[in-house]
Design a protein around this ligand. Structure first.
Ligand code: ADP
Ligand code: MG
Length: 612
């Protein structure tokens, strides 16, 4: 319980301080006490503004935290509302019938959302298509429900009603109490559920799972290549968001006893996006406030006609996008937070980070070595006749490659030779047009990335791919293996952080680190997945000669403690220092292979690569 309580505050939420919680509690108390001094009419209106909060929370989770913009929330709102209506109309006479209808509404939403999300996320549809697809879903639902006029669309007692909508839908009931518009029962049900959902979502988003959701937003491929089942997590987040929309849908129908297809129309579909965007999509607190405030403003304006509300919403959205792209409430909160963070940083002073020349990496590594499992013999990696083309370009051509367990190998070749593509084939980011890949003598050609990572392959990308907006420590929490409490990443990799001076930078955002430190951090991220085979793509780009040499030493230590390393590098000083076997790639094929002196004296290699 205490653990969950602590998660109410964390890096992924705003309003973490005691004063903000005091303000929040006071406002909540005012809402709860409102019936004592307010009017029933206004309470009914407040119920209406607040019942949209779950749907907005869902979108904040999906878009703000997971990076998937959806116009589909209102489709799930509508589906749930209709299903609730149909079941409630038929089973209202049974005890608990309306509660069964509530559950049925949400279950229908979950099934529909799960089905849709499975195809979208497992199909790896590009992120800019998803808004279009979700909008199409909403409009299709509107059109479909619009043509349900006529008696053939009668389900038991429930008449769907086409564009006129479904009327006389029973409210949620407990015994004689109906949770309908104008009742305090519904008022408290809605405020109470929103409050609980708010707290639960804060706990979720500050938990380890929350950091992975954020990691997917920050860099989807990187999150795959630290061992997470990204597609599944996206589906789950989408379904959770949809079920929150479904809950709003049921509240709406219970409130008004009515639903029509326009709830799934174009204007409705954009409303949650406006609420979330105006408040600040990366904060449940901001979304909570903006949804209620905008609902209230729209209600005030509706006295002058509904069109003004839309006009004002549109104008507001424009202003916010131009001047407060993070959202109004989030911008305000961040302003306070940055000044506080700045102070912390100033207090710490500008420490000079020394890279760990003073510590003997080998000695530190030896400790780890004694605990490491024996490496064994045989092939760790085998590529058989791999090919991969992009349009007309054959990036990899009939490539066969073998590597022994415990080997340290350099892969060199001119730009465009296919080295990075080869790594992408090995890690499953691309699938080969033909050929097979074996890892530890097992075929992995068709395995998704996260499973290859969990089996022991790890990658440092050519361009540094770390989570730029997170701190060093937060970055290291993200790999799949870091989630296991028993193998605390910090303990396991302490020696590596020390070797790179990263231990002094734990609380620094990655954005501000030097290029060298970013490269080293990415190597540590790759190590955090506990690899047996480490693929390093140009790890020393942008480093000083001194840093390059330090990295080469480090790579040798990694190899000595039993990790097989395949490293792409242009810097010949680095390759010389490593003195390993070298493979030369040219036009997607292996051009030459051998010891460094052999390669350096090979005339053909000198011609194609060393430019002679
Ligand atoms: P290297 O890492 O050896 O410099 P790459 O593997 O990056 O080479 O690229 C090999 C060839 O494949 C290049 O001609 C490049 O343009 C092409 N290529 C790589 N990735 C893609 C892609 N995603 N789409 C199209 N062409 C690509
Ligand atoms: Mg490359």
């Amino acid at each position: 319980m205490k653990k969950y309580f602590n998660l109410l505050n964390g890096p992924n939420t705003i309003g973490n301080s005691t004063p903000s919680w005091v303000i929040f509690s006071v406002i909540l108390a005012l809402f709860l006490l409102y019936p004592l001094f307010g009017s029933r009419f206004m309470a009914s209106n407040i119920s209406l503004f607040v019942l949209y909060v779950p749907i907005a929370f869902g979108l904040s989770l999906l878009w703000g935290y997971c990076g998937v913009l959806s116009f589909g929330q209102m489709a799930f709102f509508g589906i749930s509302g209709y299903v609730y209506g149909i079941i409630a109309a038929n089973f209202q006479a049974f005890p608990g019938g309306t509660w069964i209808a509530l559950v049925a509404g949400i279950v229908a939403t979950v099934l529909m959302a799960g089905f849709f999300a499975y195809f979208v996320f497992y199909g790896q549809v590009s992120s800019w298509i998803i808004p279009v697809l979700t909008l199409v879903l909403t409009l299709v639902m509107e059109t479909f429900m619009g043509q349900t006029a006529g008696y053939q669309w009668k389900v038991g007692n429930a008449l769907l009603g086409g564009y006129n909508g479904m009327t006389n839908i029973p409210s949620i009931k407990v015994g004689p109490v109906a949770f309908m518009s104008g009742t305090y029962a519904l008022y408290y049900l809605i405020i109470g559920s929103c409050g609980l959902i708010y707290l639960a979502l804060r706990v979720l988003i500050n938990s380890k799972w929350g950091s992975i959701i954020v990691a997917i937003r920050e860099d989807l491929e990187r999150t795959r290549t630290v061992g997470h089942n990204v597609n599944l997590i996206q589906v789950l987040v989408f379904v959770l968001a949809a079920s929150l929309a479904g809950l709003s849908g049921v509240f709406y129908v219970s409130w008004g006893n009515y639903i029509d297809p326009s709830t799934m129309g174009l204007i409705s579909a954009t409303m949650p996006v406006v609420w979330v965007c105006v408040g600040g999509r990366e904060s449940f607190l901001a979304v909570l406030m903006s949804t209620i405030v905008l609902g209230y403003v729209a209600d005030l304006l509706s006295v002058y006609g509904g069109q003004y509300a839309f006009l004002v919403s549109g104008a507001l959205l424009l202003v916010v996008m131009l001047f407060y792209p993070q959202g109004i409430f989030v911008s305000i909160a961040r302003r306070f937070e940055t000044t506080r963070r700045q102070k912390d940083a100033d207090a710490r002073g500008a420490e000079r980070i020394e890279i760990g020349k003073t510590i003997s990496m080998k000695r530190a590594a030896a400790k780890v070595l004694s605990e490491a499992t024996p490496t064994g013999h045989g092939l760790i990696l085998q590529g058989k006749r791999l090919s991969k083309s992009f349009g007309g370009i054959e990036a990899i051509r009939d490539l066969s490659f073998e590597m022994e367990r415990g080997e340290l190998r350099c892969l060199i070749g001119p730009n465009g030779a296919g080295k990075s593509t080869f790594f992408n084939l090995l890690t499953g980011l691309y699938s080969p047009d033909s050929g097979e890949i074996y890892f530890k003598n097992e075929p992995i050609t068709t395995l998704p990335s996260f499973q290859r990572i969990r089996r022991g392959i790890s990658l440092k990308f050519q361009t540094t791919r770390t989570y730029q907006n997170l701190t060093v420590a937060e970055n290291l929490q993200i790999p799949y293996q870091s989630m296991d409490e028993r193998s605390e990443t910090r303990d396991r990799l302490g020696w590596a952080f020390e070797a790179f001076g990263l231990n002094q930078l734990m609380d620094h955002p990655v954005k501000g680190l030097s290029h060298g430190h970013q490269q080293w951090l990415e190597i540590c991220l790759a190590l955090a997945t506990d690899p047996e085979l480490l693929l390093l793509d140009e790890p020393t780009t942008g480093m000083t000669p001194e840093e390059t040499s330090h990295t080469a030493e480090f790579v040798k230590v990694l190899n000595e403690i039993g990790i097989s390393v395949l490293v792409v590098e242009h810097d010949m000083a680095f390759v010389r220092q490593i003195t390993s076997k070298v493979t030369v790639l040219h036009h997607g094929c292996i051009f030459a292979e051998g010891s460094l002196p052999e390669i350096e004296s090979n005339k053909e290699v000198r011609r194609i690569y060393l430019g002679e």
